[in-house]
Design a protein. Structure first.
Length: 252
């Protein structure tokens, strides 16, 4: 198995400080309703090296999020087996088998249809994993055509289908990315929509769901509105390089 280059002292110090600051913010914003004691921090490591991830791991972080299946597969193969991976990118049906082959995949946060839920359910079952896979239903709260996710009025149907027909999956919660315009408003309308959907589903079908919302620039506000799972990248690892620059740097 390939080895990961150990992080430098400078890298470890920087990541430790950043993680401490983000975790302190989360701890100040603990849920008050008694249902969820504390929000979960998912360190988004897209385009970051395995060495950077190892620095965060050694600082105590365990939940990491990746946007691309191949990048996730490559990193999961060389990093500690007790990392709890989240797939947070657009889910393609033909990638379900590859995701299911990652035994320490903790969650897929981007289920946007019953069909994809069934594909992932079948793949996870076929891989003979010993526990259900946590999933979040992604909701297009902003109505943007370029955004993935279930339309709000269809969420209940998808939720019911996963609960009744996908025994290899565990419905963990709802997820949204939200719009840039919405992120400038207080309260953020996308976060409010997701929170209202959770409330309605609890009243209608008695299911208790988490809310995955909020990223580096707005996770603190998301926590104020009930987020239980926040996805933070640049505030932990620094700015990410663009995909084009990575491809250029690695080209022969």
């Amino acid at each position: 198995m390939p080895t990961v280059e150990p992080p430098s002292a400078e890298c470890k110090s920087a990541v430790l400080q950043s993680l401490g600051e983000v975790n302190a913010t989360i701890q100040r914003s603990q849920q008050k309703d008694g249902v969820f004691a504390e929000a979960r921090l998912v360190a988004v490591s897209k385009y970051k090296s395995a060495t950077d991830i190892l620095a965060a791991y050694e600082a105590g972080q365990r939940h990491f999020g990746e946007n691309y299946v191949q990048e996730l597969c490559d990193k999961a193969a060389v990093l500690p087996a007790d990392i709890e991976w989240h797939f947070i990118g657009r889910l393609q049906s033909n990638k379900c088998k590859a995701l299911a082959a990652i035994p320490n995949l903790w969650a897929v946060e981007t289920i946007e249809s019953a069909e994809k839920a069934h594909r992932l359910n079948d793949a996870w079952h076929s891989a003979c994993n010993k526990r259900p896979l946590n999933v979040f239903v992604q909701v297009n709260t902003s109505g943007e055509a370029n955004k993935g996710g279930v339309e709000p009025q269809q969420v209940e149907n998808v939720v019911q289908d996963i609960i009744s027909s996908c025994p290899a999956l565990h419905l963990q919660g709802l997820m949204t990315i939200g719009s840039i315009a919405g992120s400038q408003k207080r309260p953020n309308p996308d976060f409010c929509t997701l929170a209202e959907l959770r409330k309605g589903l609890k009243q209608k079908i008695g299911v208790e769901l988490e809310l995955s919302m909020g990223m580096s620039d707005d996770f603190e506000h998301a926590l104020e509105l009930g987020a239980t799972n926040v996805r933070v990248g640049s505030k932990i690892f620094g700015a990410r390089p663009q995909k084009e620059s990575i491809a250029s740097a690695t080209a022969p």
